[in-house]
Design a protein around this ligand. Structure first.
Ligand code: GTP
Ligand code: MG
Length: 454
């Protein structure tokens, strides 16, 4: 039954230093030991983990739950996120390109600033997730069993050590409760559609990783199956990042979630100044580590790529492309595709005469997440746009200020405020709030709002 389903796209999120990258590295390296040659492909910030290899690695867990032959998930396409911008750009109209997420929390530290931030983003995009409570090897007295199921490891610990793990888990569960989520150790869950499962893991010893992977397969089959059905045909994707690369010029990293993309294809994406129609000159992917002999030559050229995948695209006119924009391969008349990317961008940007704040963000993805969050907090938005704060924004806010001083402000998320714009804001008595953490930004604004109101 798996023919028409693609691998789920799994995004790994969480606070700095909790072990997101090391978890992925550990999985990849361990998988290498189990793999048939060439089976693990490294895409742009993505790695593909085929199920047949996971199955060998996770055999004890699969046996415990009698899952042999019952898993039709082909594998996972794992996306490591260095920050919330990349995560926010995994968007498509009305939702997310990521099908599932792993929220990594450091067991020894519990909830941290970006844990809250990640939760807001997961909630606003409605992405089901599992929690990896990582660094279990740091629990005092822990005796590791490399790559074991966490339940086997747990049972092998003495009572005090088990107690220390339970205490750390209880704290995390309590923090989830405060955020309005019900969470539970994964093997104690009674209802997966309601409760968030927590798996203790270690990216150093590999413990808990088999449980995490098997759990993800289960959740995929239960919760997101319909999303994985492929339509096929010309490629559909999303622009994660646009950047200069030495020797390649301006490139864009694309996550393809349906169809096929080929070298020479005409593609359409949204630019800062309108839609960009161009031809793919080149597509590359990083070479697998064991083939990377010459560090100058870290990419391999590819002619064709099929969803789900990540790929770096080289073409003319990419400088202008907005991260978070949709990208479509054109077949026949480009008009409908152009209309589609324009409509998509328009669904995020806001321009009204309404009383409300001016919202600015660095990408289409962060802007969308910001507007969704502002609305969930009951804060009206007059204007939402991409890019640094401009004089125009200050004037728009000052117009609002005259009618309602409390909403005549600019909220700047991850964008710069040029000096002359700051000066203009002072003259116009417009307050600019600036922060790279979404909930902090909104918190600062609401605090100011309540003080000014009274
Ligand atoms: P950012 O990408 O900066 O957000 O961090 P990250 O979440 O990718 O964390 P990373 O994988 O870089 O790990 C951060 C530090 O924690 C490194 O020094 C790791 O060696 C250490 N670390 C990660 N996972 C574990 C673990 O399971 N156990 C122990 N003992 N250390 C870990
Ligand atoms: Mg990292």
């Amino acid at each position: 039954m798996s023919e028409n389903y693609r691998a789920p796209i799994v995004v790994v999120v969480g606070h700095v230093d909790v072990g997101k990258t090391l978890l992925l590295d550990k999985i990849r390296n361990t998988m290498v030991a189990y793999r048939e040659p060439g089976m693990i492909t490294q895409h742009i910030g993505l790695s593909y983990l085929p199920w047949p290899i996971i199955e060998k690695y996770a055999a004890p867990v699969i046996e415990r739950y009698r899952l042999k032959g019952k898993v039709w998930v082909k594998g996972f396409l794992m996306v490591d996120t260095p920050g919330h911008a990349a995560f926010s750009n995994l968007r498509r109209r009305g939702g997310s390109v990521a099908d599932l997420a792993i929220l990594v929390i450091d067991l020894t530290r519990g909830f941290e600033e970006q844990t809250y931030e990640s939760l807001i983003l997961l909630k606003s995009r409605n992405i089901p997730f599992v929690v990896a409570a990582n660094k279990v090897d740091r629990i005092y007295g822990w005796k590791p069993i490399p790559n074991a199921s966490i339940l086997d490891s747990y049972n092998a610990q003495d009572e005090e050590t088990q107690g220390r793990l339970e205490e750390a888990l209880a704290n995390i569960i309590m923090d989830f409760n405060k955020q309005g989520f019900e969470a539970e150790r994964f093997d104690r869950i009674t209802d997966f559609s309601r409760q968030v499962p927590i798996v203790p893991t270690s990216a150093v010893t590999g413990e808990g990783i088999p449980d995490l992977l098997v759990l993800m397969a289960g959740l995929t089959q239960r919760l997101v199956k319909d999303r994985l059905r492929l339509v096929g045909g010309p490629g559909k994707g999303v622009v994660m990042e646009v950047k200069e690369e030495k020797g390649l010029g301006t490139t864009m990293d694309v996550v393809l979630y349906d169809g096929v993309m080929r070298k020479g294809d005409t593609i359409v994406a949204m630019g800062l100044n309108g839609p960009v129609v161009t031809r793919i000159r080149m597509m590359v992917m990083p070479k697998p580590l064991d083939e990377m002999r010459d560090p100058e030559d870290k990419y391999m050229h590819i002619n064709e790529v099929e969803a789900a995948a990540g790929v770096k695209v080289i073409a003319d006119g990419l400088d202008d492309v907005v991260p978070g924009s949709s990208v479509y391969v054109v077949q026949g008349d480009p008009k409908p595709y152009i209309d589609e990317v324009v409509k998509d961008a328009a669904s995020v940007k806001i321009e009204t005469d309404q009383i409300g704040v001016v919202a600015k963000a660095d990408t289409l993805g962060t802007l969308e997440a910001m507007v969704l969050y502002l609305r969930s907090q009951g804060i009206p938005v007059r204007k939402a746009d991409i890019g640094p704060v401009t004089r125009r924004d200050i004037i728009d806010a000052s117009v609002v200020r005259r009618k309602n001083p409390l909403y005549g402000v600019v909220l700047a998320f991850n964008v710069k405020v040029p000096k002359e714009v700051e000066e203009e804001a002072k003259v116009q008595l417009v307050t600019i709030f600036q922060n790279n953490i979404l909930y902090r930004l909104v918190e600062e604004f609401t605090k100011w709002f309540n003080e000014e109101k009274s």
